[in-house]
Structures are given as C-alpha cells and as structure tokens.
Design a protein around this ligand. Sequence first.
Ligand SMILES: *[C@@H]1O[C@H](CO)[C@@H](O)[C@H](O)[C@H]1NC(C)=O
Ligand SMILES: *[C@@H]1O[C@H](CO)[C@@H](O)[C@H](O)[C@H]1NC(C)=O
Length: 217
Amino acid sequence: MERSYSHLLLFLALVSLKSFNLLCSAADPTDGFTPVPLTEANFVLQKPYNVPLNERYSYEDGIRHLWVYATDKPHDPSSNTQPRTEVRITGLDYSSGVWQFEGYGFVPNGTSGVTVAQIHGASHGATTLIIRIYDGNMRYYSGDLVATDLYDKWFRLNIIHDVDGGRLTVFIDGEERYSTHDQGPGDLYFKCGVYAAPRNISYYMESRWRDIKIYKK
Ligand SMILES: *[C@@H]1O[C@H](CO)[C@@H](O)[C@H](O)[C@H]1NC(C)=O
Ligand SMILES: *[C@@H]1O[C@H](CO)[C@@H](O)[C@H](O)[C@H]1NC(C)=O
C-alpha cells in the first residue's frame, strides 16, 4: 500500500514535470496572433531597374532566391539609393495595432553588409527596423548584435511590431533575441531580400526565403 502510494507520487511528479516542459516549449512568437491570408499578389518584387527580374530573382520549390551586386543600379532610375532585390509585402500596410512577420531565411557565406529584412516607414526616417547581416552576424542597422553565426543555415525570423506600444521584438528560431523602441507610426510594411548597406558591402549579396507569413493580433 505504502509502496504503491510512493509510486503514485513519483508518477504525479513526472507528469507535472512533463506538462511544465510542454508549457515552456509550446511558447511561440506567433501565440495569440492570427495569420493574414496571403496570395502571390501580396509579394511585389523590387530589383535593379535595368535588368530583368529573372536575373536577380527566382522562386522554385517554395524558395525565393534574391540576389544583387554592389555595382547594380537602384530599383528606380530616379532613386539614388543602394541596389536591392527585395520582396515588398503589399496590400497590408499598417499604421496601428500589433503585426508580425515570419519567414525562414538563408544567407550564403560571403554575403555581407546587406539588409535582409526591414520594416519600411516611420514617423522619423525612412525605416522602423533594419535587420542586416555582416560577416554572418545579424545586426540592428549597423549596430547592436541580434544573432551570430548565421551563414549557410536556415533560420526562422519573427519580428513583432507593436505600433501602439512603440515596441519591436526580434526572434531567431523562436527565441527572443532583441527588443527596442520603434520610430513612431507611419505607412508601415515588411520587406525581405537583399538591400546593400551604405558601407562594408560584399560584391555579391544573396538571401533566400521560404514560408513567409504575416500575422496580426
Ligand atoms: C566562409 O568562407 C570563408 C572563405 O572560404 C571561410 O574561411 C569561412 O570559414 C566560411 N565560414 C563559414 C561559417 O562557413
Ligand atoms: C565596417 O568596416 C570597418 C573597417 O573595416 C570596421 O571597422 C567596421 O567594424 C565594419 N562595420 C561593420 C558593421 O561590420
């Protein structure tokens, strides 16, 4: 009798430990968010204005490849910005609420000095968030380190933008890695791909993306 009672206690202890583990591992950046339906029409491509899209972009087996060269032209003849090949999420511009970008990204070794994801628009300045890769490390603009050692592997990127709370949170592989204030409300939208930084740019820049999703609360 006494013996089976202690077995029962051990069993209960193991069960509660197990549910505790499940609770912890179940926490996900997308918890409490609702996916926004996307079609290919929501994915608008920007690329150097003087080359055909298929020389800077391909979409096969669910994977978008985007690449650009440091010597490429800007996306528009009247622009003097750095070269880019980027997906601009269209039709979902936001100016309030809580929004989230999710995508699986891949940056090949050698690509450096490049924005791979951004939130365009802000009250002050052109962007709310710039996520760059320098030498395999992910940085907030050219400053704070977000994550290290990302070359040649798929990583899951989640960006939560709480416009009302003025807060940005960046997750890599489901783990919170960085949080900061935003730049105030504006005409906001998500982008990903390759957009050359002002400095320290590799000649060739490439990123790949799959399973891009947008969520909101
Ligand atoms: C990237 O390539 C360079 C040059 O080939 C090599 O030295 C380095 O170890 C590579 N880095 C990774 C993370 O594979
Ligand atoms: C850019 O290059 C300069 C000179 O090599 C270096 O000092 C600086 O740390 C680099 N910046 C980044 C963000 O890698």
